[in-house]
Design a protein around this ligand. Structure first.
Ligand code: NAD
Length: 365
């Protein structure tokens, strides 16, 4: 939560308790929350109907929550099976921000998109900062400075924002994505779509489908010359629930010119670029390769503001009013957004893929 949105929650009828220091990493002082009407409380969890956090709670805290408490946070269930089990067993209702369905009505609650937007911007700025040459074309009395050539792979929310930012800085941008609709979206951001002689890969819900090994190898082969000519390469490709596809091998990076820069936003989920390390800059051939790690947190102010707004919108949807206009936290379990985001409720795991992974298959036990 950010102080400027605490008032939205108190207007809804809630009391807001904030753990001291909760805003430290976002450069927000405790006093700002207090001035906005929140209580600073070491035991903020005690008696809370709803616990909101960015990252999932730690297991110890989760186990101490009384039955009937609700939680909202990012909750990557495949990485946190023990936490899901703790919520199930202590009868806690948990909602995962990444499971909010991507339907029009939920756009204002879409934390994946708001954080991807921040990350995409950051990637372009990091690339511009690391590249020791100009992004824009400059005509000067001392001669013409050629613009930087940028290639962006993956043109979802983060990739499109990286393209828009690199374009605003004046670079010449080319981009590729496996989805059919992407070429038009890339062009609308002022970049040139890269057309490879390959079939498109549409999955469900507007997402990409995973590539076969053959398709992946062919894509890398066709992409290699574009990467060899790039001054900066930004990769943002992802397939939901899978490790990130390897789009760029070491060999391909080694073909890049001295001083080139690679920014791999997917480094944390396996990496689009072979050899990239989350949170590190490594050298491959002549290129500096920057691996992203919790990239939205590198712009904590706007990332927090956008996330807090997503959460306020979600909490507003989950708030019911009685005849006397008294508000209570009472999500309608039949609402598509509430149902989609719900991981556990009433002692059961409701998100079926998570339930199958945690309870269904002996291999996971
Ligand atoms: P994402 O983070 O899952 O993936 C990022 C991008 O990587 C995607 O565009 C994907 O197609 C691409 N990709 C996957 N494999 C690739 C490969 N081998 N090579 C190149 N690119 C590859 O995606 P996202 O940013 O969450 O968005 C995915 C889609 O959802 C987009 O079409 C977006 O417009 C749509 N979306 C819709 C809504 C909404 O309707 N509310 C909200 C957000 C996003």
């Amino acid at each position: 939560m950010v102080p400027e949105l605490v008032g939205k929650l108190t207007e809804l009828g809630y009391e807001v308790a904030v753990e001291p220091g909760a805003g430290n990493h976002a450069l927000i002082a405790d006093e700002e929350y207090a001035e906005a009407g929140a209580t600073l409380d070491e035991a903020a969890f005690d008696g809370a109907a709803l616990v909101v956090s960015v990252q999932p709670l730690d297991l110890g805290t989760a186990r101490r929550l009384p039955a009937g408490t609700s939680t909202i946070s990012f909750l990557p269930t495949q990485l946190e099976p023990d936490l899901v089990v703790a919520y199930r067993d202590s009868d806690v209702t948990s909602y995962a921000l990444e499971l909010v369905p991507r339907i029009s009505r939920a756009q204002s609650m879409d934390a994946l998109s708001s954080q991807a937007m921040v990350a995409g911007y950051r990637c372009a700025v990091v690339a511009a900062g690391m590249l020791r040459r100009f992004f824009p074309l400059s005509m000067t009395a001392a001669g013409t400075v050629q613009p930087a050539q940028v290639v962006v792979l993956g043109a979802g929310v983060a990739g499109l924002q990286a393209i828009a930012t690199a374009r605003r800085l004046g670079a010449v941008v080319q981009a590729y994505d496996v989805r059919a609709a992407a070429a038009e979206e890339i062009a609308s951001m002022g970049a040139k779509p890269i057309h490879l002689e390959l079939e498109t890969l549409e999955g469900s819900g507007g997402y990409a489908r995973e590539m076969t090994d053959d398709r992946a190898a062919r894509q890398r082969e066709l992409m290699a010359p574009y990467i060899a000519r790039a001054d900066a390469l930004i990769t943002t490709a992802a397939v939901p629930g899978r490790t990130a596809p390897v789009l760029v091998t070491r060999d391909m990076v080694e073909q890049m010119a001295p001083g080139s820069v690679v920014v791999d936003l997917a480094a944390e989920s396996g990496g689009n670029v072979e050899g990239s390390e989350p949170g590190e800059v490594v050298r491959i051939g002549n290129a500096q390769v920057w691996g992203g790690r919790n990239v939205p947190s590198q712009m904590p102010g706007p990332a927090s503001r956008l996330l807090a707004q997503n959460i306020v919108n979600l909490v507003t949807l989950m708030t019911a009013r009685d005849e006397d206009d008294r508000a209570s936290f009472a999500p309608d379990p039949d609402d598509e957004i509430v149902a989609g985001a719900c991981v556990t409720r009433a002692g059961a795991i409701l998100h079926e893929p998570t339930r199958l992974a945690v309870e269904g298959e002996p291999a996971h036990e």
